[in-house]
Design a protein around this ligand. Structure first.
Ligand code: BGC
Ligand code: CA
Length: 217
């Protein structure tokens, strides 16, 4: 049954080349598919398609290489930035800024009055340091060594009413005055500075200062 069906099919599906217009004689071609078959047999078209495929592969390969190298250079750039952030969390000009506990600190190398120091810090997108706790005080003392530095604390507006420049609550907050300070010596000391612990001094005195700013994002 199968054999006879196969034979019948062969008879029905094949057509002699003379009927299809092909030049080759004596070759049986499948009926209905004779036209595409003839096209595929054209060597020129096959070579053209092969050349096209080859070109496509070369282009894709080139694109892959280009994107790969671009990606790897982006990755190495990012890794470099991460390393920089780890080594210099306060930015590349880190010799000017010290990192401590999520904040960046600048210890000035020039002296200024308290008000000029305040402006200098603001010009650097920072403010005179506000000392919030013992850990910060210890850090400042260790960096300041024996030198004096202005901090962001003043009672210039109202004698005896000390205020931090960022509005931090002074009354209930951390304090580290030297023994006997603040004493408003000569009735003209309205600005606070680090001298190990804190002292009040005339605001127009010239000394170093510490600026503080949050870690850049
Ligand atoms: C006092 C300080 C004062 C300073 C002024 C020191 O001897 O102990 O309270 O601020 O002199 O120069
Ligand atoms: Ca004093």
């Amino acid at each position: 049954m199968m054999a006879s069906f196969g034979a019948h099919k062969q008879e029905e599906d094949l057509v002699y080349p003379a009927e299809t217009g092909t030049a080759s004689k004596g070759v049986w071609l499948p009926l209905g598919r004779s036209f595409p078959q003839r096209k595929w047999r054209s060597p020129f078209l096959v070579y053209l398609l092969l050349a096209f495929a080859y070109l496509l592969i070369i282009i894709l390969f080139g694109l892959l290489l280009y994107n790969g190298s671009r990606l790897s250079s982006e990755v190495s750039k990012l890794l470099k930035q991460v390393k920089m952030k780890e080594s210099f969390p306060c930015g590349s000009r880190s010799r000017e800024w010290e990192y401590f506990d999520g904040e960046c600190y600048h210890f000035s190398v020039q002296r200024a009055t308290w008000h000029t120091a305040k402006s200098h810090c603001e010009e650097r997108n920072s403010s005179l340091v506000v000392v919030n706790d013992e850990a910060e005080q210890n850090f400042l003392e260790s960096q300041a060594r024996t030198e004096n530095f202005w901090i962001g604390l003043t009672d210039a507006d109202n004698e005896g009413e000390w205020r931090w420049i960022d509005g931090t609550n002074y009354r209930n907050g951390y304090k580290k005055w030297k023994k006997g300070e603040p004493n408003n010596h000569d009735h003209k000391e309205d600005c606070a500075h680090l001298s190990g612990e804190w002292n009040d001094l005339a605001c127009n005195a010239s000394m170093f200062y510490v600026c503080e700013k949050p870690l850049p994002s």
